[in-house]
Each structure stands twice: as C-alpha cells, then as structure tokens.
Design a binder for this molecule. Structure first.
Ligand SMILES: [Zn+2]
Length: 299
C-alpha cells in the first residue's frame, strides 16, 4: 500500500469513528407543553433531544390526542408534564402510562393556589406564571435529567444554576415594571383564569369570565354570573384595557370590551408560548412581552 493510500485509509477509519460518536443516540425528552419544553432545553442544552406534544398556540385544556402522539411518547427516555390537570383529562399522564415511560410532574413542589374541583378544591395548574414557581419546575427537571444521564449531572446543574439566576432577575424586573401601573389600575382581565399566580406574585387582581380551564371541567367554563362580575369589575375599577390570550378564542373578550366600553390592550401568552422566531418563543421572552403589553396598556 502506498503512503497516499494508507493516509486515505486512516482518514476513512477516523471518519467512521467520528460518525459513530456523533450518531450515538441522545436521550429523548417528550414534554406536554411549550413552557415545560423550554425549561427542559435550558437545562439539557444539546445533550438531549427535547420535543413538545403541543405546538405554539395550542390549548392544553382542550387538546385531543393525535395518532402520532403515542408513537412520539414511546420514544421518550423521560416524559415531562405540567400536571395538576392542565392537560385536559390528564392526556399526557395517560400517554406516558400507556407507553410505560417515566413521567415527572413539573408543577409538584410549587405552592398551590386553589380552584373549585369535582368534590373539593384542587390546585390551579397555571403555576409557571410566577418566576418562583418556574424555578421549581426547573429544579424538578434538573433532578430528573440527572437521573436519566448521571454522567453529565454536573453539566445539568451548571446550566440550571445559570438559568435560575436569569429567573431571579426576571422576577425583580417584573415587580419593578408592574409598579409603574397606578395601584388602582392593577386589574388584569383576560379570557380564562391563567394569571392567578402572576397576579398574586406581582400585586395585581385577576378578573376573567371563564374559570380555571377553557374545557368543561367542574368550576371551569363561562357562567352568566362570572361574565357579569367581569364587566362589573372593569367598570368598578375603571379598567383602561383588557387582554386576549394567544391560545384562546378572543370572541368573548372582544364582546366584553364592547359592552364595558374598554379597549383591547393586546394579546398575552397564557397556556402556550410563541412560535419559533417570535419574541415569545421562550419562557423569559413570553413573560417579558406579556409584562410590556400589560404595562403599556394600563399605566
Ligand atoms: Zn389554562
């Protein structure tokens, strides 16, 4: 064999070795919601493949499982759900159980707010809307991925620590921004009760015509009383603007705006983040855009 041929052979062997290292399958995480998927990406970087069942703009309460979902979940090394019945009829839990894949409920460990349930009060599932709770989601994910891939646990802890710092900074910024709204104007009127944690954490009062879910669960859905209370609340507080949500049909909020003679202040990300390439495509981006929209409309 000539020297040239030997070098070619060596290069070919090196290429094959490299390709097999790159091809070694990465663990797969399948998430129910876009928020949970973003938290997971922040923690695992490129070490794992993160997929989300829901696409941007889809409503987790009303989601109907698609034929491909069971196949997607069956490929997961780890499944992540928001939990607390955000996923209507617990569709993510059912998918994970049917495939026998491990499932972590990211909201577990957050301090819950209560909403009406079937026999007793239950936890309001929209816990990610306070940065403190978002940090709990991130810690749950950090611990879960470290178990799936203990060799890189230190790396996951480092990424999580940096991201937790970013969440703390975001929290401080939101408090400062909301303080620009006159106290009596700090009323947040949206379609459904997604913003209870946000309002509690950042000193606002929530008013919505629809309860904790856009679906037909107990304590959810629109009633004439709730709708009237929302209109009364707008008039009583002289609310300047109310908001539609990106994942909920805006018709009712528009009707209420006309009836109460109030403006639509813009569109808020609620149960879903923005599409790829938009300012709301990450959790931090979504929170920032919401706060800017709210403050612009109400200050
Ligand atoms: Zn919701």
């Amino acid at each position: 064999m000539s020297l040239g041929n030997s070098i070619s052979l060596l290069l070919a062997v090196l290429c094959i070795a490299n390709a097999s290292a790159a091809d070694s399958p990465k663990p797969v995480i399948v998430c129910s919601t876009t928020q949970v998927a973003d938290f997971a990406r922040q923690v695992v970087g490129d070490r794992m493949i993160v997929k989300s069942v829901l696409a941007a703009g889809q409503d987790p309460h009303l989601y109907e499982k698609k034929p491909g979902d069971a196949q997607l979940v069956s490929t997961a090394d780890l499944c992540l759900e928001n939990g607390w019945h955000l996923e209507g009829n617990d569709w993510m839990r059912k998918l994970a159980e049917q495939s026998g894949r491990p499932l972590v409920t990211c909201a577990d460990g957050c301090k819950p707010l209560e909403v009406p349930g079937v026999e007793q009060a239950m936890h309001d599932p929209h816990a990610w809307f306070s940065c403190t709770n978002a940090a709990t989601y991130v810690r749950n994910i950090r611990d879960a991925v470290a178990e799936v891939d203990p060799d890189h646990a230190e790396e996951y802890r480092s990424r999580a620590a940096l991201y937790l710092d970013e969440l703390r900074a975001l929290n401080t910024w939101i408090l400062r921004e909301i303080n620009k709204i006159p106290v009596e104007q700090r009323v947040l009127v949206t379609s459904h009760d997604a913003f209870n944690y946000f309002c509690q954490a950042y000193g606002m009062k929530a008013a919505t015509p629809v309860g904790w879910s856009t679906g037909n669960e107990i304590g959810a859905g629109i009633t004439p009383e709730r709708r009237q209370q929302t209109v009364d609340s707008i008039r009583q507080h002289h609310v300047k603007a109310i908001f539609v949500e990106t994942s909920v049909n805006p018709t009712m909020v528009r009707e209420i705006a006309r009836e109460a003679h109030v403006e639509i202040g813009g569109e808020l990300y609620s149960d879903s983040m923005g599409a790829e390439g938009t300012a709301g495509e990450t959790y931090i981006g979504m929170m920032r855009e919401n706060v800017i929209t709210i403050v612009q409309a109400l200050r």
